[in-house]
Design a protein around this ligand. Sequence first.
Ligand SMILES: C[S@@+](CC[C@H](N)C(=O)[O-])C[C@H]1O[C@@H](n2cnc3c(N)ncnc32)[C@H](O)[C@@H]1O
Length: 169
Amino acid sequence: METRLVPPIVHELATPDAVYVELGVQEGFTFDLVCPLVRQAIAVDCCPGHYDMSKLPSNAQFFACSTDDFWSQWSGKADVFFIDACHEFEHVRRDFEGALSRLNQHGVILLHDTDPLQPLIDNGPCGDAYKIVDYIRQNHPELQIVNLPADSCGLAIVRRNELRSRSES
Ligand SMILES: C[S@@+](CC[C@H](N)C(=O)[O-])C[C@H]1O[C@@H](n2cnc3c(N)ncnc32)[C@H](O)[C@@H]1O
């Protein structure tokens, strides 16, 4: 699965003070590219053997656990979340709500596998993660979402809709 778009997006949207959290890191293809762009980087993966810990940069921390366990252990806030762990909708939904509750005001949530090239079937490599797009549109009117047909899997970008928040306050 290609996720080459994530580093340039983080580069554009995050400041050098940013805290980045990646859920599902595997060998660290994306994580290693983003680490030098941010102040602090946090990796979460339930199969840490995929990642060579000897190359973990000094600004990074690795949580070797499921994302559900991560949400119950970690109480920090972040500016950019990249959700790319379990691709089952219900799991993605929990990861999304966890990220939203810990997102700084001007932060961004990136979600992978939201526009798979393959027909939209639930047992492909992207699972049924694509259902998160409709879920966010229906349940979170306070958010803006753009779903890009990036690579073979798709990438969604979510942030707070500040115009709407301002007009409602
Ligand atoms: C598609 S790969 C991640 C690719 C990575 N984001 C990148 O850009 O190179 C998915 C990773 O999520 C991890 N994973 C799957 N389910 C998980 C869960 N429930 N909690 C934590 N990690 C999980 C897998 O071990 C795997 O390493």
